[in-house]
Design a protein around this ligand. Structure first.
Ligand code: HEM
Ligand SMILES: *[C@@H]1O[C@H](CO)[C@@H](O)[C@H](O)[C@H]1NC(C)=O
Ligand SMILES: *[C@@H]1O[C@H](CO)[C@@H](O)[C@H](O)[C@H]1NC(C)=O
Length: 329
């Protein structure tokens, strides 16, 4: 009798393992991955992002940017969250990233609710979506089932992370290397409709850019405005809105600003110089025309693509217990 029971258990466990294995064999993410294993996962993450946002709205752009940085280096595997002397977060490209404590907070609650189930990479992907919604953008369904990486190396940012001084051709190449086309490039850079940049990343455009002065691609009236915000040789960490006039709202005014020569980053303003990228900017601004595109709809679609870059699924990687460090066995 006991033997039978044992055998039955063994049989059931084997069956369940086989089903589990076959369901992950697809090696892709899917919407609702946690619907049976941790049904409240998405709502726990959402309410955590919301409560932090109420205290500090700057975490919304912070989390969106962090997800981008995670995905472009070793895929969306939460490698950006790992602490260490030469970890990704110490790279120059990771400067001013923020929102780490929001992810830690959500992870802590999820480990109480369903230990060892929800990956840090998924928490970050969902928190990025929730951040867009909190800034009045349009929601989208985030496919989940990412697993966490175990490697984080600052030098992996070289060559992978787009730079604000990159030419459009280099930006196109860096996005193409991640399976993202020029349309995705323009759409995703539209994330700069929220958040800020430090004076030190763009003030070189304001002073002595040419022998006669500022970067000629900046609207002259806007140059003096920016010079007042970022005086020469003063605090370079001062944060300035990337979308002048509407930095807390997920809308198309970032693109309208490019049309007026009011882009903050050199790479942002360049979207208005290249023929193809300019066409997409124009289409976002002509939403009612026959070629018009809805920025908010396109953003969700391109984010699903970005969020799936080189994802680890199935038995790859691990589910970290604490997002800032790999598991110890
Ligand atoms: C051409 C590619 C891109 C370049 C060169 C770039 C560069 C930058 C730079 C230099 C900053 C300012 C950081 C600071 O000084 O605090 C910034 C901010 C930001 N970036 Fe990008 N970015 C790019 C694409 C993206 C993408 C694809 C996303 C997300 C989908 C994104 C989201 C953000 C957000 C939300 C901020 C504001 C962060 C905050 O306020 O904390 N960026 N970006
Ligand atoms: C990080 O990557 C560089 C370049 O590939 C390599 O030389 C270095 O050993 C790596 N560091 C660690 C800690 O793995
Ligand atoms: C840059 O321009 C400022 C004011 O226009 C001037 O005082 C300064 O000497 C210049 N710096 C260099 C390195 O040319």
């Amino acid at each position: 009798m006991e033997d039978n029971c044992f055998n039955q258990t063994v049989f059931l466990v084997t069956l369940l393992l086989a089903i589990a294995a076959s369901s992950v064999r697809g090696h892709s993410t899917r919407v609702g991955f946690y619907s049976s294993t941790c049904p409240r996962a998405e709502s726990i993450i959402k309410s955590t992002v919301e409560s932090h946002f109420k205290l500090d709205p700057t975490i919304a752009p912070g989390l969106l940017r962090m997800h981008f940085h995670d995905c472009f280096v070793r895929g969306c595997d939460a490698s950006i969250l790992i602490d260490g002397p030469n970890a990704e977060k110490t790279a120059p490209a990771s400067q001013f990233l923020k929102g780490y404590k929001v992810i830690d907070d959500a992870k802590f609650q999820l480990e109480c609710e369903c230990p060892g189930v929800v990956s840090c990479a998924d928490i970050l992907a969902l928190a990025a979506r929730d951040s867009v919604v909190l800034t009045k953008g349009t929601s989208w369904a985030v496919p989940t089932g990412r697993r966490d990486g175990t490697v984080s190396n600052a030098s992996d940012t070289d060559g992978n992370m787009p730079g604000f001084q990159d030419t459009i051709d280099v930006l196109k190449q860096k996005f193409a290397a991640k399976g993202l086309n020029t349309r995705d490039l323009v759409t995703l850079v539209g994330a700069h409709t929220i958040g800020t940049a430090a004076c030190e990343v763009f003030s070189y455009r304001l002073y002595n850019f040419t022998s006669t002065g500022a970067d000629p691609s900046i609207n002259p009236a806007f140059v003096s405005h920016l010079q007042a915000l970022c005086p020469q040789n003063r605090d370079g960490s001062r944060q300035i809105a990337l979308d002048t006039g509407s930095a807390d709202r997920f809308d198309t005014s970032f693109f309208a600003n490019l049309r007026e020569g009011k882009g903050i980053l050199e790479s942002d303003q360049r979207l208005w110089t290249d023929d193809l990228t300019k066409r997409f900017v124009q289409r976002f601004l002509e939403v009612r025309g026959s070629l018009g595109l809805s920025f908010n709809v396109e953003f969700g679609k391109s984010m699903v693509k970005m969020s799936n870059i080189e994802v680890k699924t199935g038995t790859m990687g691990e589910i970290r217990k604490v997002c800032s460090k790999v598991n110890e066995y």
